[in-house]
Design a protein around this ligand. Sequence first.
Ligand code: 13P
Length: 256
Amino acid sequence: VRRPLIAGNWKMNMDHMQAIALVQKLAWTLDDAGHDYERVQVSVFPPFTDLRGVQTLVVGDKLSLDYGAQDLSEKDSGAYTGDISGAFLAKLGCTQVLIGHSERREIHGEGDETVNAKINAALRHELAPVLCVGEGLDVRQAGDHVTHTLAQVEAALQGLAAEQLSELVIAYEPVWAIGTGEVAGPEDAQEMARAIRAKLAELYGQELAEATRILYGGSVKSANVASILAGADVDGALVGGASLDAEEFAKIAQFE
Ligand code: 13P
């Protein structure tokens, strides 16, 4: 019932020329493989400066790829030097936006309140929030990973109603598995995805919980994606490093 989503977070990689080359190569590699986008959604999250180029390509060539930004401002416009409004992203054809990625939380000190405000901003502009949550190594070693991650989910969604969350995607990314080659085991990914779904059911009811896609992220590669996505509650992957290689990312999207 839930359409799997394979999402590529490029992070701060690829200038606008490289972005066009990567999207072209990704699109033709997926076409060659006969990729069925209706069955498995594929999204890319390039840097802001690439979005116009990606839009031109996607619209001009009628590509079935979705794209979004890696962050947005909690405000809509005004004196916020350096920030980017969700309104601008929507106008560029973005359909999704990453919110609360662990690198934003760590490097830019974004806390749960900011994450909550950014989800509200995304919803004002009809951008589907891809809410990123997950624990660091110390929390995992203390055995508090489920409590920690569910608290992040609850805080991020504070004050929101089920009707607003029909497009919500949640990405579970254990921080210790990001860019380290260390992958959470398929059982760990499934355990957390299931716990997040149960939390959604508790907060919003069964219907929203069943409809919400929950992704796993952290050192996902073509070699491990199938086992991770075998978990009944794992509905896709948020891919960092491996999304910068068109052939590898296409293989991940063709995980079955
Ligand atoms: P890697 O796939 O490079 O570990 O990155 C995961 C990630 O942070 C995606 O958002």
